[in-house]
Design a protein around this ligand. Structure first.
Ligand code: SF4
Ligand code: SF4
Length: 136
């Protein structure tokens, strides 16, 4: 009984083992595989990441406008709800188009897929007449 009382008293003064997440956020470890998304300045629309994804988390979508380096006019969109974070897509990409992050806070309805992040990397493409005048 005395032993138990001692244990209780000592635990009252000990720091808690758990943290008050989300008020306190644990620092991600160096090797943590967080949210990844393709950079459209590099992606050539080859679909290799889509073909190789083991959990069918990737679908290929049409680009909102044509990019000279992406002849097929498509780009991958990742459904983070299905993603295993195995990073096979990152490794298989022939042009290293994937941006990798340690962002692990994926719960919530705001960003369920990678579309917005990728579209934010969409490069400005000069209009035809501008391209012509640059070449002169
Ligand atoms: S990390 Fe793995 S599961 Fe997730 S999209 Fe890439 S290949 Fe698919
Ligand atoms: S493998 Fe790379 S280049 Fe090919 S579609 Fe995926 S992100 Fe784009």
């Amino acid at each position: 009984m005395l032993k138990l009382l001692k244990e209780i008293v000592s635990n009252v003064f000990k720091k808690p083992v758990t943290i008050e997440y989300p008020k306190v956020k644990p620092a991600p470890t160096e090797r943590l595989r967080g949210r990844q998304y393709p950079d459209l300045r590099k992606c050539i629309g080859c679909s290799l990441c889509f073909i190789d994804c083991p959990s069918n988390a990737i679908k290929m979508e049409k680009l909102p406008r044509q990019l000279p380096h992406n002849k097929r006019g498509i780009f991958p969109v990742i459904d983070y709800g299905k993603c295993l974070f195995c990073y096979q897509c990152v490794f298989v990409c022939p042009v290293k188009a994937y941006v990798v992050t340690t962002d692990y806070e994926l719960a919530g309805s705001e960003l369920e897929n990678s579309e917005r992040l990728s579209l934010e990397t969409m490069p400005e493409v000069p209009r035809q007449e501008e391209q012509g005048s640059q070449g002169r």
